[in-house]
Each structure stands twice: as C-alpha cells, then as structure tokens.
Design a protein around this ligand. Structure first.
Ligand SMILES: [Zn+2]
Length: 254
C-alpha cells in the first residue's frame, strides 16, 4: 500500500516516529508521501525524508489554512525550495472556507500561483478543499490544461462534485479514514466512482479510521481504508490495493 498523504514529520510523532514507520513497513506500506503545510514544517519534512530516502517523499506547497496577511513571504519560501531540488508534487494547496474566510482572496491567489508552478515544473497538485468545492472548481477551470494532474485529497464531496472531478480526467480522488465512519455518505458516493480514480491516504495524524477513530492516525491504519473500499467495490482487498497503487504510481511517477 502507498500512503499518498501523511504528515508524519509533525510533532505528534516526535516520540515514536521510527516505531510508527517500522509498523508501517511491517503492515506492507511501501511508501509514504509527505505534504508540506507552510514554512514552519519544511525542515522537519526534509529531515524525515533524509532519514528515510525512497520511503518518505516530500511535496512542496502552502496549505490554505496557513494563508494569512504574510502569504507572499510564505509563497516565496515555496518558490525558493522548488528551485533548489525536486519534489514529488505541489501540495498541499487549495481552499479552506471552513476554518476561516478572512483571507479568501489571498487563498485563491496562492492556490492559483501554485498551480502555475505545478504546470511549470510538471508536478501533480495535491488539493485540500474544505467547504469550497465551487471556488476550487472556479480556480481550476481557469487553469486546467491537458497536462495538469492531481488529486482531491481527503475527498468528502457529493456525487455531482465527484463527477466534476472525474471530468477533469487527469485527477484522482484521495480516500482516507472518513470512508470508514458510520455516518458518512462517502461509501454511497463511491458507488458512482470507478476504482481507477481512487488513491488511498491516511492524512495522519488526523482522521483515523474506525476502530481507531478519534485517536492519532498513522500510515499502518491505511489497511482499514483498503478493507472498507473492498466492501464498497465488492472485490478483494488485494484488488483494491493493486489498482489504487497503480493509480498512485502513475499520478506521482513513483
Ligand atoms: Zn494534509
């Protein structure tokens, strides 16, 4: 399994990061992709990647909830790092109107600028979209071309929103522990989404799947996501893993 979205460089893992990674390897996690948040997370992310080369792969980007008055300074950190070395993707980027709408204009500008860089560097984009599907689609519609690829990470949209993502053709849908939650509509939505659009992720330390819901999430728990997807698609876990791995490999050029 490939965990396509995991913040295991964060301080929640400072006490037992090596054990968490050993457990991931023992569970059959082949690779863990690390989305950046902002300037404050870059060093820890790079350090983890150095400690586990080929296993942990870093992205570069500015998260929408970190877009504030100083967002241009934050963007210049992203720009400088992109010039310094290669990354697996631009992420995570997007719009979040759930936590705070104060900087919506700035969020849109930051999202747009980072899509432009993704096109320039030929990197996929990892999109964070919370309470903002219409706005994210507006920005994307203006920027989309045949080469732009990406994933709607932690997808929790409805059937129409899933349809719109699939219409972009080169975009995937990132599924995590939310799919295991008792009260989610996501399993129903996924009945209209072919497995060829799905990549798996944890979003650790957040959104731990059942039966760990509410606890700290970690890459090894992705097996619970695979198990639930096997139920949704009425196929074996091995088939879920095979197809979602192929999708992740082609999107991130692993
Ligand atoms: Zn994230």
């Amino acid at each position: 399994m490939i965990d396509t979205h995991s913040h295991i460089y964060s301080e929640e893992f400072d006490k037992d990061r090596d054990e968490v990674i050993a457990q991931a390897k023992a569970t059959g996690i082949e690779q863990v992709l690390l989305p950046n948040v902002d300037a404050s997370t870059v060093d820890a992310m790079h350090r983890l990647e150095e400690a586990y080369p080929d296993y942990c792969k870093a992205m570069m980007g500015l998260h929408p909830t970190s877009v504030k008055a100083n967002y241009l300074d934050e963007l210049s950190v992203v720009e400088r790092n992109l010039k310094l070395r290669p990354y697996i993707a631009i992420g995570e980027i997007g719009l979040d109107l759930y936590w705070d709408k104060t900087f919506i204009k700035e969020q849109k500008k930051a999202f747009e600028q980072q899509i432009i860089w993704a096109k320039q560097y030929n990197y996929p984009i990892v999109i964070h979209c919370r309470d903002a599907f219409d706005e994210v689609f507006d920005v994307l519609d203006a920027q989309i071309d045949d080469r732009l690829t990406g994933v709607f990470h932690s997808f929790t949209g409805d059937k129409d929103q899933a349809r719109k993502v699939m219409a972009y053709k080169n975009f995937k849908i990132g599924i995590n522990g939310v799919v295991t939650f008792k009260n989610t509509t996501l399993r129903e939505v996924l009945k209209k989404v072919p497995l060829s659009f799905i990549v798996m992720e944890t979003d650790a330390p957040y959104l731990a799947p059942v039966p760990y819901r509410g606890k700290r999430n970690e890459p090894s728990y992705i097996k619970n996501v695979a198990e639930t997807l096997a139920g949704v698609y009425e196929i074996t876990m091995d088939e879920v893993i095979k197809v979602s791995n192929e999708n992740a490999r082609s999107l991130f050029k692993l």
